[in-house]
Design a protein around this ligand. Structure first.
Ligand code: GLN
Length: 321
């Protein structure tokens, strides 16, 4: 599909989603998000590096929980699969994102709920929390092809209402999983949530996953293919919290949402797809974002489980002559 055609189709879908006028921002972010309530953006980055953004695609938004996917990938890249699996499971929870969903041995169910994301943050190598913060910001920036920064206003709002995340970290410490200072680790987790990107940059970050770990714009290999496969697997099964089953059935691509209204989707081998609209549903997912992804999945045939016959089964009509 040519670039102007992608742009036209993305614009059409964006305008269809704009008609949805309900949904509220997260309570504790209301003051910050009031000015962005009707912001709406979508962007695509293909694995050849071509980027198309529409709507408010160059305005900044906080990554929030979308950051969990990137931190998990950095932890896998730095520590290896076995060590990460010893600390964090890969099971969907069917519970809200901020529940303490732990296996009996203390491992959080998956890295895309808060407990698992706090654990992943603690696996990032470094002698201090500042080292861990710096490594993550460096990797996020390499993914986005831009020097990213923390939005201090969002960070303060997160810290003010951080009790539940501090509680989760203390529970992980009490079960012996977390050995660093729980407060410092949560501060790091809240910082990663507060890193700002544009919707276009988010699509570029996703395209690195789509490209098997190589950034399609700079050519830098950021993650091994195995790391990407692992990350996309948990995004597919757990990325939309307790709405993940419906997501797989309806949209069918690995994805991650955030309370800022950000959404990231990945079609392996093809593209990174991002959207932004702060109006949320009861699971904390962007209502217009889900609609954009649903429509694009239908239009562009993105579902990763759609029927394919790569070997050209004998006797089938698509058998090569
Ligand atoms: N910073 C938020 C929290 O920890 C992120 C939650 C989200 O995006 N769903 O509660």
């Amino acid at each position: 599909m040519t670039e102007p055609r992608v742009q036209d189709e993305l614009t059409e879908v964006l305008e269809e989603a704009r008609e949805i006028g309900w949904g509220d921002p997260a309570d504790y972010l209301r003051d910050i998000q009031r000015r962005d309530l009707d912001a709406l953006a979508a962007a695509v980055c293909r694995t050849d590096g071509e980027v198309v953004g529409v709507g408010d695609h160059d305005r900044l938004l906080a990554l929030q929980s979308v950051s969990k996917a990137f931190t998990y990938a950095v932890a896998l890249q730095e520590c290896g699969l076995d060590r990460v699996l010893d600390h964090i499971g890969v099971e969907p929870t069917g519970e809200a994102f901020n529940e303490l969903s732990q296996h009996e041995d203390g491992r959080p169910f998956n890295p895309l709920i808060n407990a698992g994301a706090i654990m992943a943050q603690a696996l990032i190598p470094g002698d201090s929390q500042q080292d861990r913060d710096a490594l993550l910001l460096d990797r996020y920036s390499a993914l986005a092809c831009a020097q990213l920064e923390v939005n201090e206003e969002v960070l303060r709002a997160e810290q003010v209402r951080g009790d539940r995340n501090f509680a989760l970290a203390h529970m992980l410490a009490s079960s012996g999983m977390l050995t660093h200072d729980p407060h410092e680790v949560v501060q790091g987790y809240l910082r990663q949530c507060s890193v700002e990107v544009t919707t276009t940059q988010l699509a570029v970050m996703g395209a690195t996953f789509a490209g098997g770990g190589r950034n399609p714009v700079t050519g830098e290999r950021i993650f091994d293919e195995r790391v990407v496969q692992q990350t996309l697997s948990v995004m597919l099964t757990c990325g939309m919290y307790d709405a993940s089953g419906r997501w797989v059935a309806q949209v069918g691509i690995p994805a991650k949402s955030g309370v800022s209204g950000a959404m990231l989707g990945v079609v392996p081998g093809a593209l990174g797809l991002a959207s932004w609209s702060p109006r949320l549903d009861g699971h904390g997912n962007s209502i217009r974002g889900v609609e954009i992804f649903r429509r694009l999945s239908d239009r562009w045939d993105l579902h990763v489980l759609r029927h394919r016959d790569p070997l050209g089964h004998p006797g089938e009509p698509n058998e090569p002559a």
